[in-house]
Design a protein around this ligand. Structure first.
Ligand SMILES: Nc1nc2c(ncn2[C@@H]2O[C@H](COP(=O)(O)OP(=O)(O)O)[C@@H](O)[C@H]2O)c(=O)[nH]1
Ligand SMILES: [Mg+2]
Ligand SMILES: [Zn+2]
Length: 291
């Protein structure tokens, strides 16, 4: 029988099958082959004929992607959460995350949280920061329930990763969507996290039949040193129509004369904030040694 691994703890894997969740061990052969089952894996399960809801994982289907923090497989989408206030967004960090996501090939949607705290000014700042960027944007408040039904629709049929800086409300939003408290909320980052789910181990939370939510620990920085500087402009998809129009084919889109990307940023065709993030990232990549 086929199912999906939704949790792994202490050598046991919990596989959601059409018959219910099955507690499984991985077949010994996996360990010899160096394959560790991951949350999100599609698995073939052999049920134990003598004990209901227990079995063995005998096969893992090929993965379309793998995530590291936490370890998980086969994500269909990322929700990149940030708040308009408390904490204020760092567009720099968000743009780094978006550029890295372009390389991973997992589609990202932006989710602005805590709209109950938002001023009109902060919302228009966010809209202008991402104007022209091809990422769907949602607005929500877990406290007020605003935007929750629309998010449920956007999540349908997918495994969605909830990512974003600490304290933006990832765990709160998952609780609001599931209408029960599955995640611990609040300032737990400094303490030793134990007990209830505190975003340390990976666990998929089913939302209805075919949607799954995965919480992740908050990030404060994004490592992008592995990005190739010649390709960086492609990781800002809204720049692409301008790239071939620059005067010089070797244009890095910084200070060169006749740069159409810079011109687009100056006249508002692309976001100036996004453009500045690009320049800063590229300057950083040029400071790295290449071997
Ligand atoms: N005003 C307001 N506060 C929220 C909302 N969602 C979460 N918070 C608060 O923001 C803090 C961080 O929430 P949490 O879900 O733990 O964020 P995480 O670190 O991203 O998982 C907590 O104090 C929450 O009570 C919201 O919609 N509105
Ligand atoms: Mg959390
Ligand atoms: Zn250029």
């Amino acid at each position: 029988m086929e199912g999906r691994i939704i949790k792994g703890i202490g050598g046991f894997y919990y596989v959601k099958t059409p018959d219910g969740v099955c507690e499984c061990k991985a077949r010994g052969a996996f360990r010899n082959e160096g394959v560790t089952p991951l949350v999100g894996d599609f698995a073939e399960v052999e049920k134990d004929p003598d004990r209901p809801f227990t079995g063995q994982i005998v096969k893992i289907k090929e993965r379309k992607n793998e995530l590291l923090r936490p370890k998980a497989a086969n994500a269909d989408a990322v929700f990149l959460l940030f708040s308009s206030a408390s904490p204020k967004p760092s567009f720099e960090v968000l743009n780094r995350y978006l550029a890295v996501s372009e390389e991973r090939g997992i589609p990202v949607s932006l989710v602005v949280t805590k709209t109950d705290l938002a001023s009109e000014e902060s919302i228009s700042e966010i809209l202008s920061a991402f104007s022209g960027a091809p990422y769907p944007m949602h607005f929500c408040s877990s406290f007020k329930g605003e935007g929750i039904p629309e998010l449920k629709e956007a999540l349908a049929g997918k495994l969605t990763v909830f990512a974003g800086p600490s304290g933006v409300g990832k765990s709160s939003l998952i609780n609001a969507l599931l209408e029960k408290k599955v995640m611990e909320v609040g300032a737990l980052s400094k303490k030793i996290e134990r007990g209830k789910n505190t975003t340390r181990h990976a666990e998929l939370f089913p939302l209805g039949e075919d949607s799954f939510l995965l919480d992740t620990p908050g990030f404060t920085s994004v490592d992008y040193d592995f990005l190739v500087r010649e390709n960086l402009a492609l990781d800002f998809p809204e720049f692409i129509p301008f790239l071939t129009k620059c005067r010089f084919s070797s244009c890095t889109h910084r200070t060169e004369e006749g740069c159409e990307v810079r011109k687009a940023a100056e006249n508002g065709a692309v976001s100036l904030i996004r453009y500045r993030s690009y320049v800063e990232m590229l300057n950083h990549l040029y400071t790295l040694r290449r071997y």
